[in-house]
Design a protein around this ligand. Structure first.
Ligand code: NI
Length: 178
């Protein structure tokens, strides 16, 4: 497994729609494994393929990654097959928008159908953090970021800060390699 470089917003790759996976082969499994390693290294709860520059419908999540009980799931071609009418607010963040958090309103519970690591159809239903995380990651596969759920004013502020972070990071990296 290897850790992959993260794409930081704003970046056109984060705004693109991704392609369905035709079948779960060794390449997809390697991608999933590398994404898991990257997610843990970056201390994230979830990571979608566009965040490592790959435009495929794949994401990984572990809502227990932050000190809780490990609950790792690797998903391809996820689909929300049911969502509750009831909604709730949850404070979200994103590895592609470092250090920034905001309350986002989404359906409180969802059922997601997907292909697992072995290419089998599976379903998960949840009304907790996992439901929030799954919706956030599926958004990524459609080119949607959590800031797209906020007001234009807030979104622009978040993206401006992220842009500055990205610039600073690039400058630091250039210094290191100089
Ligand atoms: Ni994200």
């Amino acid at each position: 497994m290897s850790r992959l470089p993260l794409v930081i917003a704003p970046d056109p790759v984060l705004k693109k729609k991704t392609e369905a996976v035709a079948d779960i082969d060794d390449d997809i499994r390697r991608l999933m494994d590398d994404m898991v390693e990257t997610m843990y290294a970056e201390r994230g709860m979830g990571l979608a393929a566009p965040q490592v520059g790959v435009l495929k419908r794949v994401f990984v999540m572990d809502v227990g990654a932050d000190g809780g009980e490990r609950r790792l799931v690797k998903l391809a071609n996820p689909e929300i097959v049911w969502a509750s009418e009831e909604t709730k607010f949850y404070e979200e963040g994103c590895l592609s928008i470092p250090g920034q958090f905001a309350e986002v309103e989404r359906p409180a519970a969802v059922k997601v159908r997907y292909l697992n690591y072995d290419g089998e159809v599976r379903e998960i239903e949840d009304d907790g953090v996992l439901a929030v995380c799954a919706q956030h990651e599926i958004d990524h596969l459609d080119g949607v970021l959590f800031v797209d759920h906020l007001s234009t004013l807030k979104r622009n502020m978040f993206l401006r800060k992220s842009k500055k972070y990205k610039k600073d990071r690039e400058r630091d990296q250039a210094k290191e390699s100089a």
